[in-house]
Design a protein. Sequence first.
Length: 157
Amino acid sequence: MKKKVLFISSTGGHLSELLQLAPIFDNYDYHIITEKDKSNENLKAKYGDRLYFLPYGTRAKLFTYIFKYLYLCIKTVYYYFKIRPKYIVTTGTHTAGPMCYLGKIFGSKIIYIETFANKNKKTATGRLIYPIADLFIVQWKEMLKLYPKAVYGGSIY
């Protein structure tokens, strides 16, 4: 029986990094969660019922973002119990935070891959997930100074 793995990230660059792991997806009973926007609607054709969408929100519109984030958290609970992943793999950002904390509470192993875009500073999601990650991977050796318990994994591109 294949292990259940949830791959989750926000859309854009974080999703591009996450999808670099696509060659290993078939090794697992995998599911993908990302934010829905025009740039990734085509992924449904490729991944079908293994792909789920959360609402896309930006902090630039703070008032509506608060409501979208609340809805995102509710949907996260729904998806977690629908999928019940043994592992949660994420490249961030805010979309992944609630899922990782929920997963940690219910016994999922958390694997976080810090973004390639940062070479010298911690990301907000990295700071949030680092304390609970079972495996925290950085793509730059310089990041090991900031995250001493991390593992250098090299670039996933």
